[in-house]
Design a binder for this molecule. Structure first.
Ligand code: 13P
Ligand code: SF4
Length: 332
């Protein structure tokens, strides 16, 4: 892959066949019954092993409502990981989130229930790619999305999440940054800040599927629906939405009772979790699941606590530099 430079206003154009959208129903009683034994076992194991479960907003309801001690977006989980009292953190999310927790609190044992829980963005860029970008663009700061490996973070000036990317970019006070690896997040932040972006052609395999045509079809199907989009979506999807923000910012929008009918243009489990928490709001499902997030299951969390697998470690040679980039972000 190679870099591309874009002015702050460039947009991709795309259209494809609209997907089918259906109202989301709260989690069925039978699902809770089936999960009860694992939830009870995990609750006891957490006490026995001095463990805490940090769960991303995309976890399924049995995890999100059943065993998570702290839930949130990438930013909230990173902040929480810094301050946990327990000796073990079970990260119910994907690999980069577990690595970030380990970076921020290296004295803790961090467990990821399934090592295959990766991320298409993290897989799209290497440390060597970042070094090449720097060499080609001397003096331009590197802003790296947290959805990356520790090795990539170590080559970066500062990290960002979807929840703080605008603030992070503006904090640098420059008119040009290298923003990796999500080309769509970079374009969306360029449009909001007016800062030119040197981008990397990475994309989230879930959010890149959404199109403006699908949002228009949704509005035709459900007149009055409020559309909230994640900034990993292509810019024309964000432009077609009513609001764009991180998973936590979308949750806050819903909690603020600003809409009666909502479609979240993001991973579908999150709509189900919010539907459980907000029975007064009707949620229209966007039917896309992240295959990596879905690898984390209740049974996997139970096994992780029982066996101590899979413990996340970070190379001490690069940990300090990577931690600096994440801590700079948290200080903004
Ligand atoms: P948030 O930081 O908004 O939770 O996003 C993380 C992510 O992986 C979205 O696909
Ligand atoms: Fe990565 Fe996309 Fe899955 Fe988030 S939804 S973890 S960005 S692949």
């Amino acid at each position: 892959m190679s870099q591309t430079t874009i002015p702050a206003t460039t947009h991709r154009s795309s259209d494809s066949t609209p997907a089918r959208h259906l109202p989301i129903r709260p989690m069925a009683a039978a699902t809770w019954d089936a999960a009860a034994a694992d939830i009870d076992a995990i609750t006891a194991l957490k006490r026995e092993k001095d463990a805490i479960v940090l769960a991303h907003n995309y976890m399924t309801g049995d995890i999100f409502h059943g065993v998570a001690d702290i839930t949130g977006d990438s930013l909230a989980l990173a902040r929480a990981a810094q301050h946990v009292a327990q000796s073990t953190i079970v990260l119910a999310g994907v690999h980069f989130m577990a690595e970030t927790a380990k970076l921020l609190n290296p004295g803790k044992r961090v467990l990821l229930p399934d090592l295959r829980a990766g991320c298409s963005l993290a897989a799209s860029v290497t440390a060597a790619d970042v070094r090449a970008l720097r060499a080609a663009n001397p003096g331009v700061p590197v802003v790296t999305y947290v959805n990356t490996s520790v090795a990539v973070k170590a080559e970066s000036d500062i990290c960002c999440t979807s929840g703080n990317a605008v603030r992070v970019v503006e904090s640098l006070g420059v008119d040009r940054v290298i923003m990796i690896p999500d080309q769509y997040l970079a374009r969306n932040i360029a449009a909001q800040t007016g800062v030119d972006m040197i981008i990397w052609p990475g994309a989230c395999e879930v959010h890149e599927q959404f199109t403006a045509a699908e949002v228009r079809a949704l509005r035709d199907e459900y007149p009055g629906v409020t559309v909230l989009a994640h900034p990993e979506c292509p810019p024309e999807v964000v432009a077609a939405a009513d609001f764009a923000g991180s998973t936590a910012q979308m949750s806050d929008f819903v909690a603020g009772r600003r809409a009666n009918m909502v479609a979240l243009v993001t991973e579908c489990s999150m709509s189900a979790n919010l539907a459980d928490a907000h029975p007064e709001v009707e949620f229209i499902g966007m039917c896309r699941l992240c295959p990596h997030m879905q690898r984390i299951t209740l049974k996997g969390i139970r096994t992780a606590l029982e066996t101590g697998r899979h413990e996340i470690t970070v190379d001490p040679q690069i940990a300090d530099r990577a931690r600096l980039a994440v801590e700079r972000m948290l200080a903004v």
